[in-house]
Design a binder for this molecule. Structure first.
Ligand SMILES: O=C(CO)COP(=O)(O)O
Length: 261
């Protein structure tokens, strides 16, 4: 079965709950049934906005999915500041972003923690969006494939094939995040293709063919078509451009944009 592309807007630490409502309303107004037929659309707001987004999505029966930017590895209890998978599931989140490079870098998240969070998300029926990707030094050394595959191995450690099938992997080269310096379609395909190959090796062809692999890092309407034309790029994890409703909708409609060059 063909993989349905996913366009997920990672809002990062932007938008209070009122701004969140306004942005989702704008997206809902612009997106049509044919857009949702072609792609899954999701927003990943800060925790404090999720309840407001849920209320709007349920009241207007929107086809926009939503999820979190993180999830606790712990189930419940004395973990001040943490948000559990069960809490997110209760708010009808579909997705939980895990191991974003900003969390790995600024909050010292390790592959082992990413693995524990991935399991916590799956245990609560959330689809983990597991982020992987190399920094500039690794890229300059030409080690991007090996580095990223090691992160994939770490994130999926101990998952069954059935669980692995339910994971989304986002390849986000750190040097392309928020820099305006997008990876070329060939750069993205090199690593995304290698990730799919690794899934086949770790599991089987069915898992490899099922898992959606997203690209993230300065994705915009001006470069999305070329990236999406790659065999192993199944969508985008979009930061800055997802804060602009018009731009995010254009990205969701990438099929209407011709591939430049
Ligand atoms: O980190 C990202 C999405 O998770 C990408 O951010 P930008 O699209 O702003 O580069």
């Amino acid at each position: 079965m063909a993989r349905k592309p996913l366009m997920a807007g990672n809002w990062k630490m932007n938008n209070n709950h009122l701004e969140a409502i306004a942005l989702v309303q704008k997206l809902a107004f612009a997106l049509k049934d044919k857009d949702y037929d072609a792609v899954d659309v999701a927003v990943l707001p800060p925790f404090t906005d999720i309840r407001s987004v849920q209320t709007l999505v349920e009241a207007d029966r929107l086809k926009i999915a939503y999820g979190s930017q993180d999830v606790s590895a712990h189930a419940s209890g004395a973990y001040t500041g943490e948000i559990s998978g069960a809490m997110l599931a209760k708010l009808k989140c579909s997705y939980a972003t895990i191991g974003h490079s900003e969390r790995r870098q600024y909050h010292h998240e390790t592959d082992a923690l990413v693995n524990a969070k991935t399991k916590a998300a799956l245990a609560n029926g959330l689809i983990p969006i597991v982020c992987v990707g190399e920094g500039l030094d690794v890229r300059k050394a030409g080690e991007q494939v090996a580095y990223t595959l090691a992160q994939v191995d770490g994130a999926l450690e101990g998952l069954t094939a059935e669980q692995a099938k339910g994971v989304v992997i986002a390849y986000e080269p750190v040097w392309a995040i928020g820099t305006g310096e997008v990876a070329t379609p060939e750069d993205a395909q090199e690593v995304c293709g290698a990730i799919r190959g690794r899934l086949e090796k770790l599991y089987d062809a069915e898992v490899a063919e099922s898992v959606r692999i997203l690209y993230g890092g300065s994705m915009k309407s001006s470069n999305v078509a070329g990236l999406m034309a790659q065999a192993d790029v199944d969508g985008g994890l979009i930061g800055g451009a997802a804060l602009d409703a018009e731009e995010f909708v254009k990205i969701c409609r990438y099929r209407e944009i011709s591939v430049a060059g």
